[in-house]
Design a protein around this ligand. Structure first.
Ligand SMILES: Nc1ncnc2c1ncn2[C@@H]1O[C@H](COP(=O)(O)OP(=O)(O)O)[C@@H](O)[C@H]1O
Ligand SMILES: [Mg+2]
Length: 213
C-alpha cells in the first residue's frame, strides 16, 4: 500500500491541490483511496464534504492530527486501502517530519518564484532528516522561460542526492485547478480533456512508476 505525503514548509504551493488531484486520479484508476488531512485548516476535508453532499463518498477523507497518523495508517491497512495520500500543514515541522517518516514518497510542490525556490531548502532538510524519497514538482508555472530558470534552480537546490528527484513534468498555472475545487472535484472529473487533466495523469503515472513500498 503506497503512502504518499504531500509536503512543504510553505503555505500555498499547491499541497492540497496536488493531494486532491492525485486522490481522484487513483480513484478513477479503480483504487481504494484514503486521504488523511493533517492540516488544521482542513481544506481537503472541506473538499471531501462537498463531494459527500453531492453524493460521492469516495475517496474517503479523514481529518487527523499528525500525532495520530500512525494509527490512521494502520486502520487504512486493515481496510485494504490501495493508496494513502497525506495532505499536510505548512510551518508544522514536527507534523511534516512525522508524515515524511511514515510515507514511501514525499511530493514537494514548489512555485517557480525565487522566494519559493529558496524556501524549499528547509523542506528538503526535513526530508533528509526523515530519510524520505522525494519528488519535487514545479507548480503553477506561467511561461517557458520561467520553467527553464526554475528547473535549473531546483536542480542546484536539490543537489545530487539519490533520493531526491525532480518530477520530469510541471503543472502550469491553470484556472481548472481552482475551479474544480469549488465543485468538490478533481480536474480529471471537472475537465477530463483539459491540459490540467493531462498534467494530473502524468504526475499520477510518474508516482506509480516511482513509489516503492
Ligand atoms: N497549478 C495551479 N494553477 C492555478 N491555481 C493553482 C494551481 N495550484 C494551486 N492553485 C491554487 O493556489 C491556491 C493554493 O493552493 P493549495 O493547494 O491550497 O496550496 P497549499 O495546500 O500548499 O497551501 C489555491 O487557490 C489553488 O486552487
Ligand atoms: Mg493545503
Amino acid at each position: 500500500m503506497p503512502i504518499v505525503a504531500v509536503i512543504s514548509q510553505k503555505g500555498g504551493p499547491g499541497k492540497s491541490t496536488v493531494s486532491m488531484n492525485l486522490a481522484i486520479a487513483a480513484y478513477l484508476d479503480n483504487k481504494s483511496v484514503a486521504v488523511l488531512d493533517t492540516d488544521p485548516q482542513c481544506s481537503i476535508s472541506q473538499w471531501g464534504d462537498i463531494r459527500e453532499a453531492e453524493g460521492t463518498s469516495e475517496p474517503v477523507v479523514v481529518a487527523i492530527p499528525p500525532s495520530r497518523l500512525k494509527q490512521a495508517i494502520a486502520t487504512t491497512e486493515e481496510d485494504d486501502t490501495d493508496i494513502v495520500i497525506i495532505d499536510t500543514a505548512p510551518f508544522n515541522s514536527e507534523g511534516i517530519l512525522t508524515a515524511a517518516r511514515l510515507s514511501d514518497i514525499c511530493i514537494v510542490p514548489c512555485r517557480p518564484s525565487i522566494l519559493d525556490l529558496s524556501a524549499i531548502t528547509t523542506t528538503l532538510d526535513l526530508c533528509s532528516a526523515a530519510d524520505a524519497k522525494v519528488g519535487l514538482l514545479l507548480n503553477a508555472v506561467k511561461s517557458h522561460p520561467q520553467l527553464q530558470e526554475a528547473t535549473s534552480a531546483l536542480k542546484d537546490l536539490a543537489g545530487p542526492k539519490g533520493k531526491r528527484q525532480i518530477c520530469p513534468l510541471a503543472w502550469w498555472d491553470r484556472t481548472d485547478y481552482s475551479k474544480a475545487v469549488v465543485d468538490g472535484l478533481g480536474v480529471l472529473e471537472f475537465a477530463p480533456s483539459s491540459k490540467a487533466a493531462k498534467e494530473v495523469k502524468q504526475l499520477y503515472k510518474w508516482l506509480c512508476d516511482n513509489v516503492t513500498t
